[in-house]
Design a protein around this ligand. Structure first.
Ligand code: GLV
Length: 327
């Protein structure tokens, strides 16, 4: 089918943006398609109406694209273009069964997300949240020999769980400070080994030997709660856990209790198991920096992501291979 034939009325194809997309992407879509946008905070009922008759849906990590929504879109749906690199919000198998393409936005957010992970590493290690909160709330009474003593990155061992694009970039950025870099990965990464001196190992060994552990594995059932009590204890009281991937990787209650009991040194988190809910125990946990899922939130990354979302949509509607296919 070409662009002229697509669409509910035989005219321009209809793209339903479930919530919002930066202008850089909307502009590209509007050159070729009719665009219908939802909004942040859209209800499920409104969404069902929004997607009805769409040729393409633009999803994001804040909304599930499940069987119900695919049904609501109807038979004309040809692509779900996710405004994210992760796609655990999408029923990918269901899309595949229905012959609907799924696309994502890799590469363009790698720097932004890895930079945030580095920032969280420093922030957690040096107790930024605790120290700043004390200062703002008038509890800082002056320099103290034992005040806000954190952990040093220089010479430390860093464990990168999942050496994909973002994990690899994190390792590169942290390399100048690191004494040693360990990684887990399904396949060996000879380039990272020769260029960064990184050493592949198993998760248990990585957790035991690392001072700083940064998670870069995808979400989904395979990785759910991969970091629980035993794993947190392996990182230990002088160790730091950073998570910028998906909240489902970490058992939040166990993390909070490890921090509370001083079995874990500190944590820096950007993601939570059931966003936008943030587990109360984490809000109350000490030595924990919490950010509201902002890994890719730089102007550069978000604009490039939006353009890639649009290029993915247009390619599929044109009957071409999209630049970033998932299935
Ligand atoms: C954000 O979390 C993404 O997957 O891009």
């Amino acid at each position: 089918m070409d662009m002229a034939e697509a669409g509910t009325d035989g005219g321009r194809p209809l793209v339903a943006i479930m919530r919002a997309l930066p202008e850089a992407g909307v502009e590209l879509l509007e050159e070729r398609c009719e665009v219908r946008s939802g909004h942040v905070g859209i209800t499920r009922e409104e969404l069902t109406e929004l997607v009805a008759g769409a040729d393409a849906i633009v999803g994001d990590v804040g909304e599930k694209v499940d069987a119900e929504l695919l049904d609501a879109a109807g038979d004309g749906l040809r692509v779900v273009s996710n405004f994210a690199v992760g796609y655990d919000n999408i029923d990918v198998a269901g899309c595949e069964r229905r012959g609907i393409r799924v696309t994502n936005t890799p590469d363009v957010l790698t720097d932004a997300t890895a930079e945030l992970a580095v920032g969280l590493t420093y922030a957690a290690a040096r107790l930024f949240h605790h120290a700043e909160t004390d200062l703002r709330e008038g509890r800082w009474t002056g320099w103290e020999p034992e005040g806000y003593v954190g952990l040093e990155l220089s010479g430390a061992t860093f464990g990168v769980v999942g050496l994909g694009r973002i994990g690899r970039r994190y390792a590169e950025l942290i390399r100048p400070a690191a004494g040693r870099i360990l990684y887990t990965s399904r396949s060996p990464k000879p380039d990272a080994e020769s260029e960064l001196g990184a050493e592949q190992t198993e998760l248990d060994d990585l957790l035991t030997r690392s001072d700083f552990v940064s998670l870069h594995a995808p979400g989904g059932e395979e990785t759910r709660d991969m970091i629980g009590r035993d794993e947190l204890d392996a990182i230990g009281e002088r160790g730091v856990l950073v998570n910028t991937s998906r909240g489902t990787l970490v058992d939040a209650a166990e993390l909070a209790s490890a921090l509370e009991d001083r079995r874990l040194g500190a944590a820096g988190l950007d993601v939570y198991p059931n966003e936008p809910e943030v587990p109360t125990e984490l809000l109350e946990a000490p030595r924990c920096v919490l950010l509201p899922h902002v890994g890719s939130a730089t102007r550069t990354a978000r604009d490039e992501m939006a353009r890639l979302v649009a290029r993915n949509v247009v390619a599929v509607l044109d009957g071409e291979e999209p630049p970033a296919p998932v299935v």
